[in-house]
Design a protein around this ligand. Structure first.
Ligand code: AMP
Length: 273
């Protein structure tokens, strides 16, 4: 496994390989969720690149950029053991200069839900993913359904900017009790960890209601909000897969999304119905 921190070196290395490249962009602190993206990439592609870069432009002022968990040595081990071919581990000044050209998230889809709580977040995400795609030039790129809005916007960017990469969505990996894996879960104390379970419980309840033919989104939302009490809710929304609010669940075309603050930790989860 190679660990490369320079853009030019990575570009030259990958171009010389002439292989089908699978790319898994991450911010590090790797867990089994990231691992399932890597495994999928391994099974589809001849060469797998994982980037580890805590992208400053997707953090708003006052967010947890400075304390975002960093575990480079453990991450390198995990990548090595899972057969990653190249880790791209750049410093910030390798990716960003002064007076930068930026991508802007779409006015509507980029500024609802997560984009409303964190205005500008998705512009930072799209900007860095665009840069990383230009550096790695992957055939396939792997993103978790857990960050459903991010996945939706990246898919849209690839389509609208006519980019030559196939985006592969990967299912959310959970703890055995239902909690979605997240690098931020390490911030939770034992009590918060228990409270956090209300998020997946509320999502499973939504799924149960739909399987019993209750498709009315107001009723489902109401029930979910009860379960989520007393967490501070960012949003609970039921949308179609184009991220439009719907009054009835369309089975096979819906996503139920939750953002909640557990203690100081903002957690996201969703379920695709
Ligand atoms: P992050 O390091 O948080 O930026 O995540 C990197 C990639 O891993 C993103 O595509 C995430 O959606 C994905 N990811 C994060 N958590 C999970 C999970 N629990 N299951 C599947 N994919 C995940």
């Amino acid at each position: 496994m190679r660990i490369i921190s320079k853009v030019l070196e990575l570009k030259e290395y990958l171009q010389a390989q002439k292989k089908i490249i699978g790319f898994v962009p991450t911010m590090g602190a790797l867990h089994d969720g990231h691992l399932s993206l890597i495994k999928k990439a391994k099974s589809d592609c001849e060469l797998v690149v994982v980037s580890i870069f805590v992208n400053p432009t997707q953090f708003l002022k006052g967010e947890d950029l400075d304390k975002y968990p960093s575990r480079d040595e453990a991450d390198k081990k995990i990548c090595e053991l899972s057969g990653v071919d190249v880790i791209f581990l750049p410093q910030v000044d390798e990716i960003y200069g002064e007076d930068e050209v930026k991508l802007s998230a779409p006015d509507v889809r980029g500024f609802v839900l997560e984009g409303a709580t964190r205005p500008g977040h998705f512009s930072g995400v799209l900007t860095v993913v665009n840069k990383l795609f230009n550096i790695v030039n992957p055939d396939f790129a792997y993103f978790g359904k857990k960050d459903a809005q991010q996945l939706n916007l990246i898919t849209l960017m690839v389509k609208q900017l006519f980019m030559n990469v196939i985006i592969v969505p990967v299912d959310t990996v959970r703890e055995s009790d239902g909690l979605a894996l997240s690098s931020r879960n390490i911030y939770l104390n034992a009590n918060e960890r228990r409270e956090a379970l209300k998020i997946s419980t509320a999502l499973y309840e939504a799924s149960k209601m739909v399987s019993k033919k209750e498709l009315n989104t107001s009723l489902i939302r109401e029930k979910m909000l009860q379960i989520l009490q007393p967490l501070k809710i960012g949003y609970v929304e039921i949308l179609n897969r184009d991220f439009e609010i719907v009054s009835e669940v369309e089975v096979g075309n819906s996503i139920v999304l939750v953002e909640a603050l557990v203690g100081e930790t903002r957690l996201l989860d969703n379920i695709w119905l």
